[in-house]
Design a protein around this ligand. Structure first.
Ligand code: ADP
Ligand code: ZN
Ligand code: ZN
Length: 756
């Protein structure tokens, strides 16, 4: 069976093998397609000895291609297609990067190898003394160095020119061969040298617990507070995996945002070979890294979401022996475009197919993973303390309503309360470093009429959202309004178009904060002693890397930014973390709002106080500004009480039948005309009703919280059930009835994490 590559319409077809041709599942083949027998490429997904259709109608395969996928990935693609309701062709195409298919960066190189003794000229050739000397040195080299370029060979035997090598070639002792090579210039990587810590008892227990399960499928949850040494636990488990001759995949949320972590793996496992796979690679780099895994040259893959499809096969490549998902709670594992999937859940499925353990690690595990551990589906390992005697920082919650009561109008406009200002001053005075989190880009999140009776708010013409105000260098006066959903831009109007009153800005973002800080602290100079980290300033991985290097060196005293600064960074100099506004996520119309708030506050708090402080000295602090000081997510985060939060929140979810206690899928119907969207959604609902299995609950059709994006109305339907079964059954019915159409019309999201 071959699946044609066409994304929207993958065909399952049967072809014959002729003569002594042979294929295995996962091979890519060229086949004749349709009346004209045009060549099409596809994957072998199953082999039948007795064909199920009339043999005379079966056309033969034209040819086999060089590169395919391991059978385990074909199985994984079939699962992905079924579970996430996406075409099989698309799942397969995601697994084999385009750069690999095209062979980007491949060049032919001339290299030298030794001619076997039996094939050397019968009569010993007379060699010049210099060639004879080179030959005896070359004869002494181990086999493993060949083939290599003439220049490198000359270098190995300490010849200054390739002259003697050329003589040996004409003498028939060496020969030139052409070899494929992938040319991929590399940017430098942060490499941390190996270190030999003595593991803490908790770390050692976690390592032993996972190592005991190598060789079979088992999910582990490593719940370790920030700074508890989770990465060291991964590294020690990997030692065992490598010693077994196996390979491993280490997933990190977004590798360009975790250069420190990646560097540790690269430094530690140079010998076994580390490949990196992430979206920041050039096509030739991606091809090269993929090929290194496929050939067995690299046994450890560190990468973002897509690295879960690394081509380990246990034949040429290593056998996959372990999968690690670091910061497993991170939203970056969820892919919002087709094929929509969660890399963490795909990792668990791949572990099951390959028969290897899967380790999920986090200081703030997703409630999905915590629930699985509590239900006994995975093994929980806890690291409750920081390593090296460091303590979790003291977290103070600052009630913004209280602080602003009685304050004058000017004070009301500042983002930093006197309390937070005081702490920033103290931290800077004592030589500490500061991180400030404000999870909102731009200058102001919306613009509205200053006259409350009018209440006009500037919205996007194409979406049901407000436009975000950005200061732009190109526009000295005023600035730019940008829609974060469709990216439309416009200039800011001078006055309210309804009543001509002046306009005011609401919902301050990182650009505002960046403006306010130097006014309060003249020693903070943007770009010198202070940096802003968000997706507007950090366009490339290199920008981010450079910013972090400057912060690590101590030259930069303060980092401000969005959640980008909350991710896994380990800087010993940070003595103050300030959360400027903890409420950015709380009011989202999404049942995960509390969970996200807890994660964000805990994670950013975890950047402070990474080193032990001497007795009597002031420890690191975290200040959290909020209008909701009683909010359980904030109260628990301030107490570093993950379990308290998780149990309470799981209780709420259970009462409401929401994930992770129940399962969910979401269908969004999009159309420029609202009645059409409603009609289509109505048909979907009717179809599900007609076939619904017991236990399936349906909500909708209803307008999505953002009811229009880029000119299209959005109508949502939520499917809920205690288990995945009824939801999968309903989606299968819809697919058969052709009611879930191409992605532009209907989007199906199984286990959604974002309900906007
Ligand atoms: P986490 O990922 O849990 O936040 P890290 O793995 O970043 O923690 O570890 C925090 C710091 O402690 C790192 O600098 C790491 O090198 C160091 N570390 C880890 N394990 C030990 C240990 N057993 N003894 C001393 N230092 C350790
Ligand atoms: Zn828009
Ligand atoms: Zn107005």
């Amino acid at each position: 069976m071959v699946v044609e590559r066409s994304l929207d319409n993958p065909l399952g077809l049967t072809y014959a093998l002729e003569g002594d041709a042979s294929v295995v599942v996962g091979d890519r083949v060229v086949v004749p397609l349709g009346r004209g027998n045009a060549s099409a490429e596809g994957f072998v997904i199953a082999i039948e000895v007795t064909p199920s259709i009339d043999p005379s109608k079966i056309k033969p395969i034209k040819s086999k291609m060089d590169i395919g996928l391991p059978p385990a990935l074909i199985e994984l693609a079939q699962w992905l297609s079924r579970y996430y309701c996406c075409p099989l062709g698309m799942a397969l195409s995601t697994m084999l990067p385009a750069a690999v298919k095209r062979g980007t960066g491949t060049v032919m190189r001339t290299e030298i190898e030794r001619v076997a003794a039996a094939d050397q000229p019968a009569e010993a050739v007379k060699l010049t003394p210099s060639a004879a000397g080179a030959w005896s040195a070359i004869e002494a080299l181990p086999d493993s160095v060949f083939p290599l370029s003439a220049k490198r060979l000359a270098g190995k035997v300490e010849e200054r020119t390739v002259g003697p090598i050329n003589k040996l070639i004409s003498a028939g002792l060496l020969r030139e061969i052409q070899r494929k090579h992938i040319r991929a210039p590399w940017a430098e990587h942060a490499v941390e040298p190996p270190r030999g810590f003595t593991l803490t008892d908790d770390q050692a227990r976690a390592v032993d617990g996972v190592v005991a399960t190598l060789g079979s499928f088992q999910t582990h949850l490593l719940h370790g507070v920030t700074g508890s040494g989770k990465t060291e636990v991964y590294l020690r488990i990997l030692d065992d995996v490598i010693a077994r001759g196996e390979g491993a995949i280490v997933l990190v949320p977004e590798i360009s945002l975790t250069p420190q972590t990646a560097g540790r793996f690269i430094g530690r496992f140079e010998e076994a070979g580390v490949a990196v796979l992430h979206s920041g690679l050039t096509a030739s780099q991606r091809h090269q890294q993929w090929a290194n895994v496929a050939s067995g040259a690299a046994r450890i893959v560190v990468g973002a979401r897509s690295a879960i499809f690394a081509p380990f096969d246990g034949v040429n490549a290593a056998k996959l022996g372990l999968i690690i998902v670091d910061e497993e709670h991170d939203g970056a594992y969820k892919q919002s475009e087709l094929p929509r999937h969660n890399g963490r859940d795909v990792a668990i499925k791949r572990g099951q197919i390959e028969g290897c353990p899967v380790v999920l690690g986090s200081a703030t595990p997703s409630l999905e993973s915590y629930h699985n551990a509590k239900a006994g589906r995975s093994t929980l390992h806890e690291l409750p303390e920081r390593v090296g005697g460091a303590k979790l920082p003291r977290v103070e919650v600052v009630d913004l309503a209280e602080e602003l009561r009685g304050a004058d109008a000017n004070a009301r406009l500042t983002l930093l309360t006197p309390r937070l200002q005081g702490e920033i001053g103290r931290a800077l005075d004592s030589g500490g470093q500061v991180m400030l989190l404000l999870n909102r880009r731009g200058y102001a999140s919306y613009v509205s009429c200053a006259d409350q009776r009018c209440g006009w708010v500037l919205g996007c013409d194409h979406c049901d959202t407000t436009m975000v105000y950005h200061r732009a260098k190109e526009i000295p006066v005023g600035g730019l309004l940008r829609c974060h959903h469709c990216l439309a831009e416009q200039r800011i109007p001078e006055v309210c178009p309804m009543c001509s009153t002046r306009l005011t800005l609401f919902g301050a973002g990182t650009q505002r904060l960046e403006e306010e800080l130097p006014r309060l602290f003249p020693r903070l100079v943007l770009g010198q002693t202070m940096l802003r980290l968000d997706s507007d300033t950090m366009r490339k991985a290199r920008d981010y890397h450079e910013a972090l290097t400057r912060f690590a060196s101590g030259e930069v005293r303060l980092l401000l930014g969005t959640q980008m600064i909350a991710k896994g960074l380990d800087f010993p100099g940070v003595t103050l973390v300030g959360v400027v506004n903890a409420d950015t996520a709380i009011n989202m119309p999404d049942f995960r709002a509390a969970e996200r708030t807890f994660q964000l506050v805990s994670q950013v708090a975890g950047r402070a106080g990474r080193v032990k402080v001497a007795d009597g000295q002031r420890g690191a602090r975290v200040l959290v500004q909020t209008f909701n000081p009683e909010e359980p997510a904030i109260v628990h985060a301030a107490r570093h009480d993950y379990q308290g939060f998780a149990l309470q929140e799981l209780g709420h979810r259970a009462n409401a039948g929401l994930p992770p206690i129940g399962r969910m899928a979401r269908i969004v119907v999009r159309d420029e005309q609202l009645p059409k969207a409603n009609q289509h959604a109505g048909e979907i609902v009717a179809c599900i009703r007609a076939h619904a299995s017991a236990g399936l609950q349906m909500k909708g059709p209803m307008p999505c919280p953002i009811s229009r994006v880029a000119g299209k109305h959005r109508v949502g339907i939520e499917l809920l059930a205690p288990t995945a079964g009824p939801i999968q059954a309903a989606l299968a019915v819809l697919r058969d009835a052709k009611l879930v159409k191409s992605d532009a019309v209907t989007a199906v999201d199984v286990d959604p994490i974002d309900l906007l």
